[in-house]
Write a protein that binds this ligand. Structure first.
Ligand SMILES: Nc1ncnc2c1ncn2[C@@H]1O[C@H](COP(=O)(O)OP(=O)(O)OP(=O)(O)O)[C@@H](O)[C@H]1O
Ligand SMILES: [Mg+2]
Length: 238
């Protein structure tokens, strides 16, 4: 499907997240504002514990903000109930989790078919689409394997296939290349870049400096806050 570029697909406005642990409050992300735009691949970079996964989870409707607003495709979603939020995730968002979250007793193919089956797509059509998605990430020859029997990098690629199989407007990937060798990084990032040029908004959380050439835009997250500049020590390292 050809989509227009330059549209705001996801937006957080002054949104952040706090967790209570006993008497203390942990601020995972301070009030932040970010737009993700169709046609763009955005990298989200920052040190461990800085709030990257929290930001991605807000954009992906995986968690509710403690304050601020989250908008998906022109709809304010932070006040919707769990069920409506799950529907928005299923229809509009492909999320690659940092820990993959594949379903262990299922094969690679069945894992990738799952979101389509949940959408009500027939088994036959889901099988065809899932096969194509797995082939795109170089996993066409391991489709019948149980996900537990795959290597970390292979599981990561299955998780990416599962995220892109529904053709979502928004692709959010948390460290999608952490377990990949340089060849697989190229395959995965070229595919994500292609999805962006086809009109999706793509955001990738990473520590991996191999990914910067693929970025249209870089957002830095430092100590729970968003910045358009890297952290001090990263600047002085260069
Ligand atoms: N459910 C939670 N309960 C309590 N604290 C949390 C929770 N989730 C995240 N945090 C805290 O919020 C901060 C930001 O976490 P987050 O997972 O967003 O970091 P990150 O930048 O993704 O780190 P990494 O690169 O290690 O994955 C951390 O200090 C973390 O311990
Ligand atoms: Mg993280």
């Amino acid at each position: 499907m050809v989509r227009k570029s330059g549209e705001i697909v996801a937006k957080v406005i002054g949104a952040g997240k706090e967790y209570k642990a006993g008497d203390t409050v942990i601020t995972a992300l301070k009030a932040s504002s970010v737009d993700l735009i169709s046609g763009e691949l955005t990298l989200i970079i920052g040190p461990s514990g800085s709030g990257k996964t929290t930001l991605l989870s807000l954009l992906g409707c995986v968690i509710y903000p403690s304050f601020g607003e989250v908008w998906i495709g022109g709809k304010k979603v932070n006040e919707l109930n769990e069920k409506s939020l799950a529907q928005i995730r299923l229809e509009k968002i492909g999320f690659v989790f940092q820990k993959f979250n594949l379903i262990a007793p299922l094969t690679a193919l069945e894992n990738v078919m799952m979101p389509l089956i949940l959408q009500g797509v027939s088994d036959k059509e889901a099988r065809v689409k899932a096969t194509l998605a797995l082939e795109k990430v170089g996993m066409g020859d391991r489709m019948k394997n149980l996900s537990n029997d795959l290597s970390g990098g292979q599981q990561q690629r299955v998780a990416i296939a599962r995220a892109l199989v529904t053709d979502p407007d928004l692709m959010l990937c948390d460290e999608p290349t952490a377990s990949l060798d340089i060849k697989s990084v190229g395959i995965v990032m070229n595919e994500l870049k292609l999805l962006a040029t086809q009109g999706k908004a793509v955001a990738v959380v990473t520590h991996d400096t191999r990914l910067t050439p693929f970025a249209d835009r870089i957002i830095y997250v430092i100590d729970g806050a968003i910045s358009d500049k890297p952290a001090e020590e990263e600047t002085t390292k260069r």
